[in-house]
Design a protein around this ligand. Structure first.
Ligand SMILES: [Zn+2]
Length: 418
């Protein structure tokens, strides 16, 4: 397999014609793109127009997007081993690596760059990543991941969330809260943190929501990663939005415990989530890996209440969370892998699974959705597959990533059977 980053600089005023793009209805079209948006669409010409990019009948899909990465941790599985394999083992291993200096800012900038490159060649043009912020790290990790973002340039839109270390509440949390404030000043886009790992949940929520509201910044919380039914922080968050205590966009990540509630509780909470306009991010890779280890019989899958949220009309998208690090040892940095898990473990149909790693992510990130209609944002992944189902199933690496009207990455694949 060969992959290429396209380094040719192209201004936003350039014109791109995509020739012989296969749409999901099977039709072949030529698309003109000006200023990053579709300016014309017509049945494919018999011969390639001069200067056009010939997609050779590859399937043209809206660009993929990753709503929940941890770029500072990505690709560290060998550097920071987690022999226990569970969440506590991962946290212990990661904290030890921070303390002994195994992980530092230079290393993070390089690994985060590599992780973004993997996403880019998979067809991803928008990423939201959480980044550790706390007394132990200061703003160093934010600056390191920010450097990786700069290296990618305008090939990708990257949003950074401050993942505030705990404790956050009380006197013991003062240094971590101060670090979050410093990191927000240093260029973060969103406020974040874990709202389930210390007993003072209300105090943690009040602080993080308060910071987001004061600064007019969106919020993205690690709501819970537990199978315990007595934890239902998601409901507390939705109620705070509904009663007017939080007027900024809110994303609730993981929300594992919702999947463990009775159907009645799932329905009631999901209705409040939908009313509040809270976006949910489910993360099958890591929650399948981490959750359920104490349940050898009928092992829970660790996903959120997907059916109840869908019935209530809540916005739900999906990401990979941790990739090849102590929190999840595997992962290809390919949202089509996430989509396959949504089909197999989440029981979504392929078209819905694709939507959850594409259009719904752009909505959650507050970005315009790509599309093929005139006027739509022209961010795409073109892939050597005949249908959405086949693209998710085979996930061929042969792809073109198109961002703002230019081809920004290309992967070709040749196979020989002797
Ligand atoms: Zn996470």
């Amino acid at each position: 397999m060969a992959s290429v980053w396209h380094d040719a600089g192209v201004s936003s005023h350039d014109v791109l014609t995509l020739h012989r793009a296969r749409l999901t209805d099977g039709s072949l079209v030529d698309l003109d793109v000006i200023d990053g948006r579709v300016s014309a669409s017509r049945p494919a010409a018999a011969a390639a127009p001069e200067g056009a990019t010939d997609l050779d009948g590859w399937l043209l899909l809206p660009a993929l997007a990753e709503p929940h990465a941890h770029l500072d941790k990505a690709l560290s599985a060998e550097m920071v081993p987690n022999p226990a394999g569970d969440l506590d083992g991962a946290i212990h291993a990661w904290v030890a690596a921070l303390v002994d200096g195994t992980v530092d800012a230079d290393d993070i900038a390089d690994r985060a760059t590599a992780a973004l490159e993997k996403l880019l060649v998979s067809g991803v043009t928008a990423v939201r990543s959480h980044v550790d912020v706390g007394a132990a790290t200061g703003t160093a990790f934010v600056e390191a991941v920010g450097e990786a973002r700069r290296r990618l340039g305008d090939r990708m839109q990257v949003q950074l969330v401050g993942l505030c270390h705990g404790p956050i509440a009380g006197d013991d949390g003062a240094a971590n809260r101060a670090a979050l404030d410093a990191a927000l000043d240093a260029g973060l886009d969103l406020v974040g943190g874990c709202s389930y790992r210390e007993p003072e949940v209300d105090e943690v929520l009040d602080h993080l929501i308060g910071r987001a509201v004061e600064r007019g910044m969106p919020l993205d919380l690690h709501v819970d990663e537990t199978l315990a039914v007595d934890v239902l922080t998601l409901d507390s968050i939705a109620r705070r939005v509904l009663d007017g205590r939080c007027d900024v966009p809110v994303t609730a990540s993981h929300c594992v415990s919702l999947g463990m509630q009775t159907p009645e509780v799932q329905a009631a909470v999901s209705a409040r989530v939908a009313d509040a306009g809270v976006s949910i991010v489910t993360l099958p890779h890591t929650n399948l890996f981490l959750q359920g280890r104490a349940h050898p019989v009928a092992t829970p899958r660790g996903l959120t209440g997907l059916d109840a949220l869908a019935s209530a009309g809540a916005r739900v998208c999906a990401g990979a969370d941790n990739v090849q690090d102590p929190f999840n040892l595997v992962g290809r940095s390919d949202p089509l892998e996430t989509a396959a898990l949504l089909v197999m473990a989440g029981h979504r149909l392929p078209e819905r699974a694709l939507e959850m790693v594409s259009g719904s992510v752009f909505d959650t990130l507050g970005l315009d959705r790509p599309g093929v209609a005139v006027g739509d944002v022209a961010d795409y992944v073109a892939i050597d597959a005949a249908s959405v189902r086949e693209a998710i199933s085979d996930a061929p690496r042969a792809r073109r990533t198109i961002r703002a009207g230019r081809v920004v990455a290309a992967v070709d694949e040749s196979v020989r059977i002797d």
